[in-house]
Design a protein around this ligand. Sequence first.
Ligand code: GDP
Ligand code: IMO
Ligand code: MG
Length: 422
Amino acid sequence: MSVSIIVGSQWGDEGKGKIVDILSEKFDIVVRYQGGANAGHTVQIGDRQYILHLIPSGILRDNVVCVIGNGVVIDPKALLDEIQLLENSGISIKGRLFISQNAHLIMPYHKLLDSINENTSTKIGTTGRGIGPCYIDKYARKGIRIVDLLDRAVLEEKIKTNIEEKNNILRKVYNHEELNVDDIINEYLEFDQKIDKYITDVPTYLNNAMNDGKSILLEGAQGTLLDIDHGTYPFVTSSNPTSGGACTGSGIPPTKISSVIGIVKAYTTRVGLGPFPTEMFGDEGNKLREVGAEFGATTGRPRRCGWFDAFLVNYSRMINGIERVAITKLDVLSYLDQIKVCVAYEINGRQLKSYPTDVNQMMQVKPVYETLPGWKSDISNAKYYDELPSAAKDYLSFISHQGGFEISLISVGPRRLQTIEL
Ligand code: GDP
Ligand code: IMO
Ligand code: MG
């Protein structure tokens, strides 16, 4: 029996979708445990590209069951659109999708408050999907959960109470027009009819499945440095993408976890605001963005691009307990004559001993680089490790040594077959 967690080791978009799709061939169940439709997980099969936001990336394998855990915040419209898109592509989700009754719902006022906040001085460059405001209500114990959809009277009461409060804020603080209670109640009742069949007591379902010997892959969204507790706060998301979040977000106890797999991009990207010590600017950054096709899978925003940061990945390894790593997008670096790797951070000439997550400190750090030769050849068709040029192998062994991890998989292109297993 195996229960493995997949975590993003940087600032998200490491290629989790592709790797979950590959690994899910060997798992019975794939579970999303946090985040919401802020995630965009891409899976490319042949010439077809699927971008998943809420449904686990295991859905593209016929015999895999997919579960949305209690830690996820669900936007009804995004979920229904995604189900429709999959069905239109001939992918049957019947009997293969379960949604936790304890997951919280994104409400229209969450998206509105998210976008209003993005026009203030506390802007952080969110995806605008209502994630922060929804988790605020969850922790304020005012949130509306999937289970509330099952009782019309409860749902109406909760929506009314919430909207009364939100309308007050919208009017008095933001001078914004109020929301209509009835429209929202009707929209969510309609949603309930469509998703009723998927609603499940997920912790019981998963624990029974484990007792029956089923294997489970837990799919994190975002990445370690976007973690609300361990990331570059306040420039983070509002959940725990780190491995600890997999247990609280699914109902699987920590004693059942058998391994933690880190997804590590061969360079670094970040979307939105916040510190990024190894960021490349000007032509250098534009070129990497262009070659790596680094544009957001959810918002289409250009991603900020930079050199590999081994100091950061080492921190991520520690926080998550990562044992094995899948390196992605190695092929993207093939155009470079020389490749820089950050091995430490300095402030005022002194090397830091541990990773800083305080933003003011992060803004002052200077990356310490080592430079490695590039391989300058196309590696996107390599099927075996031995087919890689020696400079590419040297790069891999350098980053794995500096990052303190072992590599078990290398991805050299977006497709399933462009994967080297070690
Ligand atoms: P996720 O959020 O971690 O699932 O990553 P995204 O899907 O947002 O972004 C990763 C992007 O890189 C997607 O467009 C993938 O199709 C693509 N991709 C994944 N692995 C590779 C790879 O090894 N090489 C290249 N060139 N592209 C890749
Ligand atoms: P996947 O799962 C990259 C970033 C946003 C912003 C910050 C907060 O595809 O890797 P939010 O909307 O969550 O309140 O935004 O987090 N962000 C991501 N960046 N990949 C993601 O998901 C992200 N989800 C959120 O850009 O900086
Ligand atoms: Mg993404």
